[in-house]
Design a binder for this molecule. Structure first.
Ligand code: ADP
Ligand code: MG
Length: 212
């Protein structure tokens, strides 16, 4: 399979310029297979091993749907651990640096909730966080997900391994029915299928075999 360049994608020039500035020219296999479907607005389940470029794939999806002029939470990315959430937020902020006044906030456990509530009062476009802490905010009423248009479940297999299935169901109940759902996972156990049936709407499957 020959390499496909990012600039073949229907993305705004500002995003393409940033991708190029970051040194990304050709898409990795999981990006090449998932991004055209993601940008068409469909739900996608993508399975590919760690290090295959999944973060860039879903981040471009979330960023491309964003209306920055509307200062409401429009993208929600759930990750299994604080460390992964910080990594995702860092990568997403790099990709978003050509978008003025964009606010990407991380909400994870293990730190006091008070300052997070303060940050939320100032608003955000995208939340990246761990399920437990997001649930805490929802129960407290300090998060409003009424305008979320993209949900990303990153490392979904790991989130389920960590016992977050109920939290995910709970969080999804706060989201609008009409939204795009993107699920990324390194493996595809039966439990992923079960959660995807509840969360996703006619998802397209993308599976990238390990290349040696
Ligand atoms: P995954 O989430 O699949 O484990 P990441 O999204 O963290 O993988 O990507 C792994 C590394 O590959 C990161 O350092 C990222 O900057 C780099 N990367 C992602 N996409 C590309 C690309 N198209 N070309 C070159 N490097 C890339
Ligand atoms: Mg990843």
């Amino acid at each position: 399979m020959s390499a496909i360049a990012f600039n073949t994608l229907p993305l705004e020039q500002a995003l393409l310029d940033t991708v190029s500035d970051l040194g990304y020219k050709n898409m990795t296999p999981v990006q090449a297979q998932s991004l055209p479907v993601i940008l068409s607005g469909k739900d996608v389940i993508a399975q590919a091993k760690t290090g295959s470029g999944k973060t860039v794939a879903f981040s471009l999806g979330v960023l491309s749907r964003l209306n920055v002029a509307r200062f409401r939470i429009q993208g929600l990315v759930l990750c299994p651990t604080r460390e992964l959430a910080e990594q995702v937020a860092t990568e997403m902020r790099k990709l978003a640096r050509g978008i003025h006044n964009i606010k990407i906030l991380t909400l994870c456990g293990g730190v006091p909730i008070g300052p997070q509530i303060g940050s939320l009062e100032h608003g955000a476009h995208i939340i990246v966080g761990t399920p437990g802490r997001i649930e805490d905010h929802l129960f407290k009423g300090t998060l409003n997900f009424n305008e979320v248009s993209t949900l990303v479940l990153d490392e979904a297999d790991q989130m389920l391994d960590m016992g977050f299935a109920d939290a995910l169901d709970n969080i999804v109940s706060y989201l609008p029915e009409k939204r795009q759902n993107l699920m990324f996972s390194a493996t595809f156990p039966k439990r992923i299928e079960t959660i995807s049936e509840r969360v996703m709407h006619q998802p397209e499957m993308v599976k990238v075999e390990d290349q040696v």
